[in-house]
Design a protein. Structure first.
Length: 294
């Protein structure tokens, strides 16, 4: 079944590029663009409120991989942050949440956790019995949502040291383990660590595509999950189109055709807003692993 959720009717308040912030008018702060209701850790509340973020003029359109904002520094100056410069964003407490949740209305981790728990209920399984590998774990927001639905064992994997540091700083105790590793070249020690966790589910939420997690890394993570386990992922609809060159469309279509992936839930939804207030449409998939990907 396919459906679309989360419309929007909000406008964007703009700000100039970091190199064009000379006037006060150019420093207009964001309005609320999205409909996200993410609360997050109480310890980050004050940090999120204190941060000042400005977006490009709404008439400016950027590829999702090139989006950026500017953030006011303690000395009053403004610095540019590209949205995919995660190592810099994670270094600032609350900035990731401020940009993507408070400003751009992302609600994807909660949406996918709800989709997952619904699939578990239909299968007469409980979240407490699931042992999750959270790929592209970042600062732990997906693990936070998994804990909310009752998942008690999650292992994070990310390629960035800054991501693990942010998760330990902002959401301590959510992960039973957190590996900083490149899954396109998984070392023996890390492979043994993952095997010891006896993983039965893979979550990859708001992390696939754009070079952050290539298909080879996804396959390695998939291989860590027991047969019959769960795969919970989101991916931009463009990466599933026939003209996709990333490799994801073929990997997923081949997995469906071969029976390696058995889709249980599949929905289109608004992941968040772009900086020009247009919706970024993703697909959310919950599937059972029935065999190896080709």
């Amino acid at each position: 079944m396919t459906s679309t959720v989360n419309g929007f009717d909000s406008a964007v308040a703009g700000a100039g590029h970091a190199g064009h912030l000379g006037s006060e008018a150019a420093r207009r702060e964001h309005g609320r663009l999205g409909e996200g209701v993410y609360r997050g850790p109480g310890a980050l509340t004050a940090a999120r409120k204190a941060l000042r973020v400005a977006l490009p003029e709404p008439s400016s359109r950027f590829d999702q991989n090139d989006e950026w904002c500017v953030v006011q520094q303690p000395d009053g100056s403004w610095s540019e942050f590209r949205f995919h410069d995660y190592h810099r964003i994670f270094d600032v407490p609350g900035l990731y949440e401020k940009i993507f949740y408070d400003v751009l209305g992302c609600d994807t981790p909660r949406f996918m956790a709800d989709l997952f728990v619904d699939a578990l209920a239909t299968a007469r399984e409980t979240a407490g019995d699931v042992r999750v590998l959270d790929l592209g774990a970042g600062n732990g927001i997906m693990a936070e949502e998994l804990a909310t639905i009752g998942v008690g064992h999650a292992v994070g994997v990310d390629i960035l040291q800054e991501a693990r540091a942010a998760a330990e700083r902002d959401r301590p105790g959510l992960y039973a383990d957190y590996l900083v590793a490149d899954l396109t070249d998984l070392g023996d020690d890390d492979a043994r660590t993952l095997a010891d966790h006896r993983l039965t589910a893979l979550t990859v939420v708001a992390a696939l595509g754009f070079g952050d997690i290539p298909p080879a890394a996804f396959r390695t993570a998939y291989d860590q999950i027991a047969d019959g386990g769960w795969v919970v992922l989101t991916i931009k609809d463009a990466f599933l189109a026939e003209d996709d060159t990333s490799g994801f469309a073929r990997m997923i279509s081949d997995g469906l055709a071969s029976g390696a992936l058995e889709v249980v839930r599949r929905e289109r939804f608004r992941h968040r807003l772009a900086t020009d207030a247009s919706p970024l449409v993703y697909e959310g998939i919950v599937a059972r692993k029935r065999g190896p990907l080709g």
